[in-house]
Design a binder for this molecule. Structure first.
Ligand SMILES: Nc1nc2c(ncn2[C@@H]2O[C@H](COP(=O)(O)OP(=O)(O)OP(=O)(O)O)[C@@H](O)[C@H]2O)c(=O)[nH]1
Ligand SMILES: [Mg+2]
Length: 486
């Protein structure tokens, strides 16, 4: 079965490359506010599980549409021969020169590609556009018009929103089999599938390959989400079990505890970054710049009341959630001790409230807090001593790490590949607090898994816990981002 080819055509700076990028999930496609960014036609394959689903051809668009149309009209004989006249135009000018751009984009269309024609619906239709549309009509290939809104109209209280959509539709309906509004920068995964379903209707030849493409993309998405579960679980297990040990001779002075602690936290941060990069990789957002507060900032933050908001958990919410999950998690993990003592904290209580034994001491900081990993010195049976930091006993820690992963995952899962602006985690646009919205049952299961991991099980048992953790997180995220296949 041949994978369909779509040539993306339109005026300069109308969002052609943006559409190519989003529909091929390829963040390497060049997009820029400078007109004339794309200077050459280029193919971008849309792939899922190694299989080619369809190909998009990004183009610079027409350079001299009116001249081309004049040539075509001059050489026209009958209406039914129009496609042949376009072919003659390409043959005559293919050698290069004045109409290089036109020939480059018309050649694949004449070879059977369908057309995605992009207009900017934030501006009214103009005369130039009509020449392009007329040429495309002459090719008699299946074609869809996509109305993009490059400058989103911003309605204000006293000015009515300019509506160019109606005039555009009246024009486009004359030239295209289908007309759709498609915002390449805001489109989510489901919008991409929806557009493919639209394109599928354009011509019967697309039904089978595009059904397959939709199915493969949906399957691929579910696998990606599952993979995120595994990546996050692996990170959590590694971070929760990390310990640094140094052997000291019997009479050596105690090693530098502060250095050891700094090293320990640096390794935690590195492990987290590795996972977050993997999540970017999974969603094919490799180039996306993300401004994440490093875990170290969270360390300081944990002492501030702002952390409640960061995790999206209000004190009362926490108390309620804690009380509900208390029977199970409390019995297994001891994390609910906070709840029993303070009555108002769940995940963060031991650090923020200092409910148990911390008191004012808890404000001494992440490292100084009584419940944080300490550098321990132990005598060894064979002589000498072992200085050790970790593993992390703090019950809140995995929740914070999990929340950070879920926040990133949410950004990545919803983001169109055409949208390139930097992501800032501390802006309201990026909601945090995903752990707060986990279903109660999953939250309890997670807490008991974390507790078991903290108990330092055997390597075999740890592997089993890792698998279970991946399963729980994977299932949660697959359910959170459902794929509408129909
Ligand atoms: N907000 C918003 N901006 C868009 C959208 N589509 C395109 N743009 C912006 O419009 C500009 C041009 O987008 P491109 O995708 O490069 O357009 P193009 O048609 O490929 O441009 P050329 O290659 O120069 O012909 C960029 O600054 C984009 O960020 C959209 O849907 N929403
Ligand atoms: Mg372009």
């Amino acid at each position: 079965m041949k994978a369909p080819v779509f040539v993306v055509v339109g005026h300069v700076n109308r969002g052609k490359s943006s559409i190519v990028s989003t529909l091929s999930a390829d963040d390497s496609v060049r997009i820029d506010s400078m007109p004339g960014t794309t200077v050459q036609c280029r193919e971008y394959p849309a792939v899922a599980s190694g299989e080619l689903l369809y190909t998009l051809i990004d183009t610079p668009g027409f350079e001299r549409p009116r001249q081309v149309l004049a040539w075509l009209r001059e050489h026209e004989t009958t209406t039914q021969d129009r496609r042949e006249v376009v072919a003659a135009f390409v043959r005559e000018h293919a050698a290069g020169g004045t109409f290089r751009q036109e020939c480059e984009l018309l050649a694949p269309i004449l070879a059977g590609a369908a057309i995605l024609y992009v207009v900017d619906g934030s501006k009214p239709p103009g005369v130039m556009d009509e020449a392009e549309m007329e040429i495309l009509r002459w090719t008699a290939q299946p074609r869809v018009a996509l109305i993009n809104l490059v400058d989103k109209p911003r309605p204000t209280a006293d000015t009515a929103m300019p509506d160019h959509l109606a005039p555009w539709r009246r024009v486009l309906d004359q030239y295209f089999n289908l007309v759709r509004v498609f915002d390449a920068h805001e489109a989510q995964f489901d919008d991409r599938l929806k557009l493919l379903r639209t394109v599928r209707e354009m011509d019967p030849q697309f039904a089978e390959p595009l059904d397959r493409a939709i199915h493969s993309l949906a399957e691929d998405r579910r696998l990606a989400l599952k993979e995120c579960g595994t990546a996050t679980a692996d990170m959590l297990v590694d971070m929760l079990t990390l310990a640094i040990k140094t052997k000291l001779p019997p009479d050596a002075p105690r090693g530098d505890a502060a250095r050891m602690a700094a090293d320990y936290f640096e390794r935690l941060r590195r492990r987290e970054r590795q996972c977050h990069r993997l999540l970017q990789e999974i969603f094919l957002h490799r180039r996306l710049e993300i401004e994440e507060p490093p875990l170290s900032a969270v360390e300081d933050d944990l002492l501030a009341t702002g952390t409640w908001n960061r995790l999206g958990l209000s004190r009362t919410q926490l108390a309620a959630a804690g009380a509900a999950g208390g029977a199970l998690a409390g019995a297994k993990a001891g994390v609910m001790v906070d709840l029993a003592v303070g009555g108002q904290s769940f995940f963060l209580g031991s650090i923020i409230g200092g409910a148990i034994g911390g008191g004012a001491g808890a404000t001494a900081g992440w490292l100084g807090g009584t419940r944080l990993p300490e550098v321990n010195l132990m005598g060894l049976p064979m002589g000498g001593r072992l200085q050790q930091i970790g593993p992390m006993k703090n019950a809140n820690f995995p929740w914070i790490v999990l929340d950070r992963a879920l926040v990133l995952l949410d950004v990545l899962a919803r983001r169109a590949h055409a949208k390139r602006d930097r992501v800032y985690f501390d802006r309201p646009a990026v909601p945090t607090g995903h752990v707060a919205n986990l279903p109660r049952e999953e939250r309890n299961r997670l807490e008991s898994l974390f507790a078991e991991i903290r108990r330092q099980p055997s390597p075999a048992a740890l592997d089993a816990l890792r698998g279970e953790l991946a399963e729980v997180i994977g299932t949660v995220v697959v359910e959170r981002y459902p794929v509408a296949e129909k």
